[in-house]
Design a binder for this molecule. Sequence first.
Ligand SMILES: Nc1nc2c(ncn2[C@@H]2O[C@H](COP(=O)(O)OP(=O)(O)OP(=O)(O)O)[C@@H](O)[C@H]2O)c(=O)[nH]1
Ligand SMILES: [Mg+2]
Length: 299
Amino acid sequence: MSQTCGFVAIVGRPNVGKSTLMNRILGQKVSITSRRPQTTRHQVMGIKTDGDTQFVFVDTPGMHIMSKDRNKAINHFMNQAATQALRDVDCVVFIIDRTRWSDEDQAVLKRLEHVEAPIVLAVNKVDRLQDKASLLPWLSEVGARREFAAIVPISAKHGTQVETLEAEVAKHLPESVHFFPEDQVTDRSMRFMAAELVREKIMRQLGDELPYQVTVEIEEFRETDRVTHISALILVERQGQKVILIGDNGERIKNIGREARLDIERVLDTKVMLNLWVKVKRGWSDDERALKSLGYDLD
Ligand SMILES: Nc1nc2c(ncn2[C@@H]2O[C@H](COP(=O)(O)OP(=O)(O)OP(=O)(O)O)[C@@H](O)[C@H]2O)c(=O)[nH]1
Ligand SMILES: [Mg+2]
């Protein structure tokens, strides 16, 4: 039989479960997730090869409406990265959160207007749906908003109906040789993954006091026989944020470092020595040049 292979963009507003879904399909963590919106900042590819079928998923930053506290260069970057992923894809998975429909979902739908690729709607987090009876009428209501190739209620977190969703997507993959070797899971480097895992722990461990204005830069990534030495610089916007991140007696940064190290060890399959540094760099999230130098570059 001939092979099929295609690009599948995963889009939706922040926090609906895009990255959780991609990781679930891949069976491992490639894209970071957290309870907080705007966790994903870059396009991240997740590649799954299943016999003759190869899916190249593209996880995207949540598309969001720009507002007074969200009009920084980094927000433009994230919206653009998400929109760019829609070009030349073979299929789109549009995710929403249960039966909730917000202006931001509407804005995503609007951006999908001119997309010609088939769109599969995933109604996620059904495990948390209080009123199960509301689901069926909602599916027909939302199905009237545009033409969807399929509508699948899922729980990305628990894996419910995720295989059904995959099968719907697989129908739209064109005949093509595979673009990636079958054991490759992502286009991103180990260095990128290490930085992201540190950022994930920061997103997860800091509650609402967390500044969105945190980024992580890997300064050293050196593999020796048994140990990988990694130094990561955490950039924040203000001195107060640095104090929060470090915590009493450095407890918080220690926890972040420990959890990140365990995850990175799992990904690299080596021992890891992880050093974290926190530095204040004012305005990095609103400075195009600084963003580029920090890897937020669409080209
Ligand atoms: N209960 C439940 N929670 C889920 C499900 N899918 C995702 N979540 C949770 O929703 C939160 C957001 O998930 P993410 O995968 O980071 O969402 P995202 O759409 O990638 O978010 P951004 O990257 O910020 O746009 C996390 O706390 C997930 O654990 C689900 O099916 N059920
Ligand atoms: Mg995400």
